[in-house]
Design a protein around this ligand. Structure first.
Ligand SMILES: CCCCCCCC/C=C\CCCCCCCC(=O)N[C@@H](CO[C@@H]1OC[C@@H](O)[C@H](O)[C@H]1O)[C@H](O)/C=C/CCCCCCCCCCCCC
Ligand SMILES: O=c1ccn([C@@H]2O[C@H](COP(=O)(O)OP(=O)(O)O)[C@@H](O)[C@H]2O)c(=O)[nH]1
Length: 503
């Protein structure tokens, strides 16, 4: 015990700061120097705790540690089991097993604490460089891959396509969105509209369109078939059973097609390709919510999506996707995927597992729902986040860390810690660079004039970036997945359970 009061805690401090000072790590004997002797100021023999004082001004201590004092306290507590009660003008230690703790602190801090901030800082810088590379690659790949003019399709005659349109409810744009499917420039296709409830307003709209375009091969299926938990699959099942062509397209209710979209998708369905899907994007619509949606799909989502496609990572989104029917039939048809909510992910997995490729088409998907509200869109994003977390748990770390604000803050600290760069200057430069690259990426994907001003872009972008992390945390907090009127929970492996009746 007596030696405790003489053992300078500065050695610990020095050890922790050895990284920033760039000198050799002090040896135990050298560390017992003159300055900063510990003084026992309180001793409780009953509880066995000791309180010691290290007379050292906080700014000096932080300078030596190379990090804020509270952060260091947490690390010491975590790795040495020593609780630092107060770290203000002086450093006070309180611990039940003080002697062991000081030793542990000396030996552990020299090996662990000195390395942890360094490793963390290095990790942030490398991750930042990785994400910058992802961003840059996404821009180059978007330029090279999207909006290519197709000269002529390879397979002549063009294969027939059965297009499944699962519909639920009626939104103000439903009629005009569906109409685009009746006027496509493609020789052989059938439209299979699927509606679960016969009282759904969408029934009348589909009937109207079928009546108007009598020459187009279109049918309406009402009632669906209960083959699993996924309501979209249940709804499409009857249409799927009736599908007669070798290619199946699944196209969500809010999708709008251009005249040549089908040709573009078929063009990308090369010999080894099992699925061609459209990268989610949006039509031009008015209002802040529409701006926010476009910015989301054209920046943060596009970045991930494009790089995933390039690296052949499964990023299949089922809103607009064309696939070989035989590949579904080989594994029991669409119904096989009815147990999952993220049916798109599992369909693609099943197909790539059999050595087929999946690719994006050159035209992004034009989502054009008539309901456009910030809260509804955020609820949708939260649902997707929960699905991604369940499918690929690594996203729990990667997604929040690749958020511009969090990554910027972490890397500002890291560059300050290792290189003594001004954190504020770094953060602002990071923000500006990210913003400009996002604008370039969005403009490439839009392939024309953006429907909002630069000022509106700034507002929408800042809103997206500063709400991204809170939205992620909010989604992670609640495991319940709300989709339309039903609630679900995901079991291990992605199998869904219907919680609608249980809530
Ligand atoms: C240094 C870092 C290097 C990183 C390299 C980048 C790699 C990027 C990797 C993957 C990107 C994938 C993007 C996937 C977009 C997923 C969109 C989505 O969430 N879709 C879900 C919902 O879709 C609807 O679901 C209901 C269905 O009926 C509808 O039809 C669908 O539209 C979909 O279900 C989810 C599937 C799971 C996808 C898993 C993707 C893995 C994500 C990894 C993220 C890594 C982030 C990296 C950031 C740069
Ligand atoms: O109970 C449902 C929920 C959705 N859908 C269909 O599934 C597709 C995707 O639904 P939504 O837009 O809600 O999903 P998101 O794109 O938001 O994941 C749409 O065509 C819906 O009509 C369905 O048929 N039954």
């Amino acid at each position: 015990m007596p030696s405790l009061t003489r053992r300078p805690l500065l050695s610990v401090v020095r050890a922790a700061s050895s990284l920033t000072q760039r000198g050799p790590r002090p040896r135990r004997s050298e560390a017992c120097g003159e300055a900063g002797r510990l003084r026992l100021i309180e001793s409780d023999f009953i509880s066995g705790t000791r309180t010691l004082l290290l007379p050292l001004p906080l700014p000096l201590l932080e300078e030596m540690l190379g990090m804020p004092g509270w952060w260091w306290s947490l690390l010491v507590d975590e790795f040495c089991g020593v609780r630092i009660k107060k770290l203000s003008v002086s450093l006070c230690l309180q611990t039940e097993t003080f002697s062991a703790a000081i030793d542990a602190m000396w030996w552990d801090t020299s090996n662990v604490i000195t390395n942890i901030p360094e490793c963390l800082a290095l990790f942030f810088i490398i991750f930042w460089l990785g994400i910058r590379a992802v961003h840059l690659i996404a821009i180059i790949y978007a330029k090279y891959r999207l909006h290519r003019r197709i000269e002529n399709c390879p397979e002549i005659p063009l294969p027939g396509i059965s297009i499944l349109k699962p519909l639920t409810g009626c939104d103000p744009n439903l009629y005009s969105n569906l109409e685009t499917f009746f006027v496509m420039n493609y020789p052989t296709y059938e439209l299979l509209f699927c509606i679960e409830d016969e009282l759904d307003d969408a029934v009348a709209i589909v009937r109207q369109l079928i009546e108007k375009y009598k020459h187009v091969n279109a049918q309406l299926f009402i009632g669906g078939e209960q083959v699993g938990i996924n309501p979209k699959i249940n709804n499409m099942q009857t249409g799927y059973s009736a599908a007669k062509y070798e290619l199946i397209m699944i196209s969500d209710a809010g999708i709008r097609m251009k005249e040549d979209t089908l040709r573009d998708m078929v063009y990308h369905l090369t010999e080894k390709t099992g699925i061609v899907h459209q990268m989610p994007f949006t039509c031009d619509r008015e209002g802040f919510a529409a701006t926010y949606e476009k910015i989301f799909f054209g920046t943060v989502m596009a970045r991930m999506y494009l790089v995933a496609d390039l690296l052949r990572i499964n990023c299949h989104t089922g809103m607009s996707t064309l696939m070989r029917k035989k590949l579904l039939d080989e594994v029991g048809g669409l119904r096989t995927f009815g147990v999952y909510l993220a049916e798109d992910f599992f369909i693609a997995k099943s197909i790539t597992d059999r050595n087929w490729r999946i690719r994006i088409s050159s035209q992004p998907a034009l989502q054009n729902s008539g309901f456009c509200e910030v809260t509804a869109f955020q609820a949708r994003l939260a649902r997707w986040i929960k699905l991604r977390l369940a499918m690929v748990p690594l996203t729990t770390v990667i997604e929040p860390l690749s958020e511009c604000v969090l990554l910027g803050a972490a890397t500002s600290w890291a560059t300050y810690y290792l290189l003594r760069w001004d954190p504020l200057v770094f953060f602002m430069g990071h923000l500006l660079m990210w913003f400009l690259w996002d604008f370039i990426l969005l403009s490439i994907i839009q392939h024309g004039t953006l429907p909002f001003s630069k000022f509106e872009f700034v507002l929408g972008w800042l809103f997206r970036e500063f709400t991204g992390l809170p939205l992620f945390l909010h989604a992670v907090k609640d495991p319940q997945i709300q989709w339309r009127s039903r609630s679900y929970r995901l079991r291990w492996g992605g199998v869904a359970e219907d919680f609608t009746k249980k809530v």
